[in-house]
Unconditional design. Structure first.
Length: 133
């Protein structure tokens, strides 16, 4: 009997700067991608700021890591979502989102998919594990 592939969802709820949570979560996602798991990532609450393009962290005195999100699809993490309400409440639009990879067939840039709370809840119900950062 074949072993069931584990479904693991990462939720990113904290702002990208001011704590280590979002950066550490990014590293964990990339490490977990090496294992045979069905990985999805949902950015919600202040976590949506992690996907805002054009961030400049020089004045904060820290190295920015937003560009690393551009490698998610290279690590076969293709299920990347953003909570529509969280994004809208924070004044962001789909145009503000970072590119997370390139479509293999068309070579077009790919951005995270914007979804509603009901879709997020349905996906959460299907997961074996949910890790929040």
């Amino acid at each position: 009997m074949a072993e069931e592939i584990k479904k693991i969802m990462f939720t990113v709820r904290k702002a990208p700067h001011g704590s280590i949570y979002v950066y550490e979560g990014l590293e964990v996602k990339l490490i977990m991608a090496a294992y045979d798991a069905d990985i999805s990532v949902v950015f919600m609450d202040d976590g949506v700021f992690a996907l805002k393009q054009g961030q400049d962290t020089k004045e904060l005195g820290i190295k920015g890591f937003a560009a690393t999100y551009g490698a998610l699809m290279d690590y076969e993490i293709q299920k990347v979502y953003v909570d529509r309400h969280s994004m809208e409440v924070r004044g962001m639009t789909e145009a503000d989102l970072l590119v997370i990879g390139e479509d293999e067939e068309t070579e077009e840039p790919v951005k995270p998919q914007v979804i509603d709370a009901q879709e997020i809840a349905a996906m959460m119900a299907e997961q074996h594990n949910i890790l929040s950062f």
